[in-house]
Design a protein around this ligand. Sequence first.
Ligand code: 3PG
Length: 212
Amino acid sequence: MTMLEIARSRPVVPVIEINNAGDAVPLARALIAGGIDVIEVTFRTEAAAAAIAAIRKEVPDMLVGAGTVVTKDQVTRALDLGVAFGVAPGLNPDTIEAFTKAKVPFMPGIATASEIEGALAIGCRMLKFFPAEASGGVAMLKALSGPYASLGVRFCPTGGVNPGNMLEYLSLPIVATIGGSWVATKQHIADGDWDGITARAAEALAQAAKAV
Ligand code: 3PG
């Protein structure tokens, strides 16, 4: 599957920061129970690698990606873990080259026209628009659609996306999917709020289904 195919088939990507790898499997099961079968586990905590490994082993229906893949070491670890995709907040050609070589889809982050063109030049069209709200939000994406939609560029806005604005983003033709932490925040996970996570996952998908 390409990054675009992953994004198009999954309108909401939970972005996860997890402190205790023991929470990974119940978290993944809670998301699946709410209908979400994709997860971006960010390399922002020590527990991330063990969490990814546990979900891959115990919840095979979950498509597990690594997020916040920034350093060389994180690139190696993500690929060694056998992630289904990788995501970064920014655009690093070395990272993209490593994922491309390994034939693993990768979604770099961009926030400007120049960065989009940098991504296009190295073959990336499915881009994380980050931090979405702080970078101009829906208005910025509408403006970027003019020059880039016809070139096949599609976005996953992330950063400040929430139940109140997700539909506005998903209704833009240039938006393939959205990402965010609200479905399962650090606190929800630490609290073991699995029912709440299932409910928010289901609600997010119900909202996404309304996008035209
Ligand atoms: C990310 O890295 O994608 C963001 O930190 C998620 O942003 P959010 O917490 O505002 O959803």
